[in-house]
Design a protein around this ligand. Structure first.
Ligand code: GLA
Length: 385
């Protein structure tokens, strides 16, 4: 048995495994272990994460890709209210337990997503008939106490509040005008963060923000309102410790440049950590054939990571769309998510056959640039294959 085979066996990857050749390139071997995404990220002390769901991880090749390349995982839906708390007195932990177990058995940390979100689609159908202004604080506290308490010591960080500020809010403070804000006002954030700290004081508490990354004027407003919100929360003693920058990037428009980097600087100056929590690249408006689109998406990953990670001293990067096979953009109904040519999106690191795309090479190149092991960008694109 060669040392490579021994290593594959030791990692439990050997038995009956039929891997495609491109995915084999993602497997550990003496020469490749350090070249996995997580191996490269470790050179800059960055934890590398990925969003995934229980159903996706039943695909063995994909599960192995995840275990080999990432050391952090965000369950995509298993911890959201509708899945874990489907009726007022019912919690269903099976899927979340499975995910936490998967991570523990592969040496991966878990990032919990999420405990509180005002989006109407993100909450269970029972809310309108049960929640009132009188019981909302207790309901929120009970949920967080139960869920965070169950995974105390096993879920290492939590998106305590998701998407607090939205660019389209008509409120002067920009808060997402949904159920929690309507019932409890801005205090809902205080309640959620205090409950999370009480249930697991050691889990990192994150305010997961979106619409702050790009260069459009409405993003500038969201950045300003988010900074104001953070200042107010800290002044009130709310135990927020980090912000997550979701980072669903638009491949057809440059990200926010100096104004965005300045925003990150301000957040850091408040004493907060800056994480990248949902990175992917939307190619809805990217022109050209597949190869050109893949090149643009790859470049976007490279540019974003090499600029934002140093600015934020970011030590956790989580990718939201590891493969085009389970691409959330294709499942969106509104026309603004559809490509003019009707083709499926290609935001992932792997294509829908689970073959690495140029984006994968670009991310590796970015990680090498960040660690200083190769300050010059490597090459990516199909011509180099
Ligand atoms: C937001 C949410 C995620 C997910 C993505 C789209 O960013 O935080 O939970 O719904 O949108 O998949």
């Amino acid at each position: 048995m060669t040392r490579r085979e021994m290593l594959i066996n030791a990692l439990g990857l050997g038995s009956g495994l039929m891997l495609s050749e491109p995915l084999r390139a993602c497997l550990p071997s003496e020469e490749r272990a350090a070249d996995s995404l997580r191996g490269l990220a470790a050179q800059s002390n960055v934890k590398l994460g990925v969003q995934s769901e229980r159903a996706d991880l039943q695909v063995e090749e994909f599960a192995q890709f995840v275990a080999q390349n990432f050391n952090l995982l965000t369950p995509g839906n298993e911890l959201k209210w509708p899945r874990i708390h489907p009726a007022p007195d019912t919690y269903t932990f099976d899927d979340a337990d499975w995910m936490v177990h998967f991570c523990a058995s592969h040496g991966m940390l878990v990032h919990g997503h999420n405990l509180c979100w005002n989006s109407p689609n993100a909450n269970p159908a029972w809310f309108p008939s049960v929640l009132t202004r009188l019981n909302a604080a207790q309901q929120l506290t009970d949920h967080i106490t139960t869920v965070v308490g169950r995974y105390r010591g096993r879920i290492e960080s939590w998106d305590v509040v998701n998407e607090p500020v939205v660019h389209w809010s008509k409120r002067a403070d920009g808060l997402y005008p949904g159920v929690w804000v309507n019932m409890l006002g801005p205090q809902y954030l205080d309640i959620a963060f205090h409950a999370a700290r009480a249930a697991d004081p050691d889990a990192l508490r994150v305010l997961n923000c979106y619409y702050v990354e790009q260069g459009l004027p409405e993003f500038e407003r969201t950045r300003e309102l988010t900074l104001t919100l953070l200042e107010q929360l800290l002044k009130r003693g709310v135990p927020v410790q980090a912000i997550g920058i979701e980072s669903h990037l638009d491949g057809s428009a440059p990200f926010g440049g100096p104004a965005f980097l300045e925003f990150i600087k301000h957040v850091r100056a408040l004493g907060l950590q800056v994480l990248i929590t949902e990175l992917d690249v939307d190619d809805t408006k990217v022109q050209g054939d597949e190869r050109e689109r893949d090149r643009v998406v790859a470049q976007c990953y490279y540019d974003y990571l090499t600029q934002v990670v140093p600015a934020g001293k970011t030590d956790r990067i989580i990718f939201w769309t590891p493969t085009d096979r389970w691409d959330w953009l294709d499942s969106m109904q509104p026309a603004k998510f559809h490509r003019a040519d009707g083709k499926p999106h290609r935001p992932g690191l792997l294509d829908d056959s689970l073959h690495p795309k140029p984006a994968m090479d670009a991310v590796k190149s970015a990680l090498r640039t960040l660690s200083g092991s190769s300050p010059v960008p490597g090459k990516w694109g199909y011509t180099s294959r």
